[in-house]
Design a protein around this ligand. Structure first.
Ligand SMILES: *Cc1c(COP(=O)(O)O)cnc(C)c1O
Length: 345
């Protein structure tokens, strides 16, 4: 028998059901298509972009991110999606056996990343008002505290006061996941400058519409970013992905902002329509709506029979069952509303 790592035995793969549906609102990606300059970059890729290695640690991409975010390249690192940066940060800042504190419910991948890095996963229930529970998170004694804001799946944000208190009292690093920041009314990225212990992760998978290209980035003080780069390895995205991301960050920002505005407007309209169906979506700062609803898994499976895919959650802490519905072009929202109405009949 080949001996493998005992702690890996009961790790299961992240495999959300792949259900081909005409309308797929299940993964919070951009439903408005590819950013135009990124599409040109894909078409016009040079042979060397394919045949040669990209430059290690993606300096060109960091330059484009620097212009987009206003942070110096030394404050930035990139990865194969922000998933990769979260994984690298856990590896860079915690030794196996240490504890990581994660609000509950929050990003479902965190339990997996904790496990593959040999960490002790400590979920901390959100408060009844869905804000983070600062004292409970601090009480875990964890040297790495994760906060997703806007939070997946609840669509709500951590309050600024709570986040500042957490950061100031934390015995280590606070990792702030801003995957949905483009749909929120504000960002907390300024904490990176005013505090020594904050790392912010972001992605081109959601608002920028490049989920399949796998490009994410992190912002933090150079001392922190340097540690993440050690955990990251030199080549984390393909040359094509890099060219597309640079094009999108340089030329497609107005495109992205216009699509994000449309997603936000449709989110509002969709929330009203859901309320008219007697439902109570949470106030959302992301490109999806979170709708507590008993029996959500059965309702979602009926909706799939009607060609509309939304994400269902079962027995979430403090919530129970719920649906998560991505917000995109209005005709898709209408299809979802109709399928939901029929599925609940
Ligand atoms: C989608 C998502 C990500 C981003 O994943 P990528 O690896 O960048 O595609 C990160 N965090 C949360 C909470 C997400 O929902």
């Amino acid at each position: 028998m080949i001996r493998t790592r005992p702690s890996y035995r009961d790790i299961s793969l992240y495999a959300p059901p792949v259900v081909p549906c005409r309308v797929d609102l299940s993964d919070n990606t951009n439903l408005f298509g590819m950013p135009p300059a990124a599409e040109r970059a894909l078409r016009d890729a040079a042979t060397s972009t394919v045949t040669r290695y990209p430059i290690s640690y993606a300096p060109d991409l960091k330059q484009a991110l620097s212009a987009y975010t206003g942070f110096e390249p030394s404050w930035l690192t990139t990865g194969c999606g922000s998933d990769d940066l979260i994984d690298c940060a856990l590896r860079a800042f915690l030794e196996p056996g240490e504890r990581i504190a994660v609000p509950d419910p929050s990003f479902s991948m965190m339990g997996y990343f904790a496990k593959v890095n040999g960490l002790h996963f400590t979920p901390v229930p959100l408060r009844p008002d869905f804000d983070i529970d600062v004292d409970a998170m601090l009480a875990t004694g964890s040297r790495l505290l994760y906060v997703c804001s806007p939070n997946n799946p609840t669509s709500t944000v951590a309050s600024r006061a709570a986040l500042e208190r957490l950061v100031d009292a934390a015995p280590g690093i606070v990792l702030v996941d801003e995957a949905y920041v483009e749909f929120a009314s504000s960002s907390n990225v300024d904490l990176v400058r005013s505090r020594p212990n904050v790392l912010v992760t972001r992605t081109l998978s959601k608002a920028f519409g490049l989920a399949g290209m796998r490009v994410g980035y992190a912002i933090g003080r150079p001392e922190l970013v340097a540690e993440v780069e050690k955990a990251r390895g030199p080549y984390k995205h393909s040359g094509i992905a890099e060219r597309m991301a640079i094009a999108a960050l340089t030329e497609d920002v107005a495109w992205m902002k216009a699509r994000a505005e449309e997603a936000k407007a449709n989110r509002q309209r969709m929330a009203e329509a859901l309320k008219a169906q007697g439902l109570e979506p949470m106030p959302s700062e992301a490109n999806f709506l979170f709708v507590p609803l008993p029996d959500a898994p059965r309702i979602a499976s009926r909706m799939r029979e009607l060609d509309v895919n939304v994400r269902a959650f079962q027995g979430l802490t403090g919530v129970g069952d719920a649906l998560r519905i991505g917000c995109g072009p209005w005709p898709m929202m209408e299809a979802a509303l109709q399928a939901l109405r029929e599925a609940r009949r």
